[in-house]
Design a protein around this ligand. Structure first.
Ligand code: UGA
Length: 433
């Protein structure tokens, strides 16, 4: 059993802290947001993540997990402190490190015994050294500490499974012993540990996300070519993915990648290259293709409707940036809805769990209660998130309630032949015509 303090109770902090407590450690999670901590103390999760609520409840009951707004309380017995705060994109694409800075400063001011400080937030290469510098400058008197970079590879929607079954964990530090200590916290999970220097660890995170985003933009570009040449990108991806050197993952063509990670991280990596005098050609292309892919959806619908969206009613199925999350940050749906509305369409939409976020953040859309209400009277229906709930809709009912039977499937969720049998004019992504 180790004593761990986690700073930040967003996706990363909450999942990391809860999973460490489930592995038998004593974890105190600190967040400066009082309402979030109050909610957590009442057992209310601030985010939607399958399995999280039960795991929190179990470990709070067992006395291994607690939540507080007090750094003092969090750091009291801690041997390890994880920094898991947000790093939003600043206007110029650089990661904004204000929350990391303030966490590092507060740790420095309040620590009264040696600590291993672990950076889990995705931060530009060099931030670990910067954190070490802040801590040594801000300590009232020198106390031993080490900084370790341990980047996060969790996916929203499967974060707990990902934490418990990692492909690898990465630990980077100038202090080898500290890196090994942090690796020890993960040893029960049995995954390979990559122990390296701090800048390399930070770069592994960016390079991994940028590579996955590149695969998505690659297959999206192939999808455009498939569409023009009459090939089916889903079969192309399957045929490619069976080659062990390529593998099947992250080859699903669609409406482009979204979420709080890929868009921000690819941009930040490109920016790091740029500020060091490089022209990141591939990363720029990855971002351009992603923008194009999003915009193309509205274009497709407009063409199907004879060249104008003015006064047309368009139904949107799915708002979250992917299934199994309520997160709509950088969701393709935001761009698609905006494009449709800007061209005069009346847009209505539904998402199984992201409605609250959508209500707060999206303009120019009417939110309705279910998928059938989206279809009712619509001139076209667009699927943007591949929720299970949409897989087995009564498509006969959907079609009959629509004004025009146009279906644009942004995730290639449906079988084109089946949809045509129902009487839809069906367009997937990269599936010929
Ligand atoms: C991603 C990474 O997968 C995690 O390893 C990483 O820890 C995380 O970012 C992070 O940096 O915090 P996440 O953003 O939760 O995780 O979601 P993914 O499942 O990776 O999907 C990202 C986007 O790509 C989604 O919009 C998804 O719909 C899209 N996608 C994914 C595709 O369009 N095609 C695919 O084949 C796969």
């Amino acid at each position: 059993m180790k004593n761990i303090c986690v700073i930040g109770s967003g996706y990363v902090g909450l999942v990391t802290g809860t999973c460490f407590s489930d592995l038998g450690n004593k974890v105190v999670t600190v967040d400066i947001d009082e309402s979030k901590i109050a909610k957590l103390n009442q057992g209310v999760m601030p985010i939607y993540e399958p399995g999280l609520e039960e795991l929190v409840e179990r470990n709070v009951k067992a006395g291994r997990l607690s939540f507080t707004t007090s750094y003092e309380e969090g750091l009291k017995d801690a041997e390890f402190v994880f920094i898991c705060v947000g790093t939003p994109s600043a206007v110029d694409g650089e990661a904004d490190l204000k929350y990391v800075r303030s966490a590092a400063e507060t740790i420095a001011q309040q620590m009264d015994h040696p600590l291993v400080i672990i950076n889990k937030s995705t931060v530009p290469v060099g931030t670990g050294d910067w954190v070490a510098d802040i801590v040594s400058r801000m300590q009232p008197e020198p106390i031993d500490f080490a900084v370790v970079s341990c980047p996060e590879f969790l996916r929203e929607g499967s974060a707990i499974t990902d934490f418990m079954n990692p492909d690898r964990n990465v630990f980077g530090s100038t202090d080898q012993e500290a890196a090994e200590k942090v690796a020890g916290l993960y040893s029960a999970l049995g995954a390979p540990a990559v122990i390296t220097d701090i800048r390399t660890a930070e770069m592994i995170k960016y390079a991994s996300n940028a590579f996955l985003a590149t695969r998505i933009s690659f297959i999206n570009e192939i999808s455009i070519i498939c569409e023009r040449l009459g090939a089916d990108v889903t079969e192309v991806a399957r045929g490619m993915g069976l080659d062990k050197r390529i593998g099947p993952h992250f080859l699903q063509a669609g409406v482009g990648y979204g979420g709080s990670c890929f868009p921000k991280d690819v941009k930040a990596l490109a920016n790091m290259a740029l500020t060091h005098g490089m022209h990141p050609q591939l990363l720029n292309a990855v971002m351009d293709i992603n923008d194009f892919q999003r915009k193309q959806i509205a274009t497709k619908v407009r063409e199907l409707l004879g060249g104008s969206l003015d006064n047309k009613t368009i139904g949107v199925l799915g708002i979250a940036f992917k299934a199994n999350t309520d997160d709509i940050r950088e969701a393709p749906a935001l761009t698609v809805i905006r494009n449709l509305a800007n061209q005069g369409a009346n847009v209505k939409a539904y998402d199984p769990v992201a409605m609250e976020n959508a209500e707060r953040e999206i303009r120019n859309v009417t939110l309705v209660d279910d998928a059938y209400a989206v279809a009712e009277g619509a001139d076209a229906l667009i699927l943007l998130t591949d929720w299970n709930e949409f897989k087995n809709l009564d498509m006969k009912r959907v079609k009959e309630s629509m004004n025009e039977p146009l279906l644009v499937d942004g995730r290639n969720l449906y079988n084109p032949d089946d949809m045509r049998k129902f009487g839809f004019v069906y367009r997937g992504v990269g599936r010929g015509y």
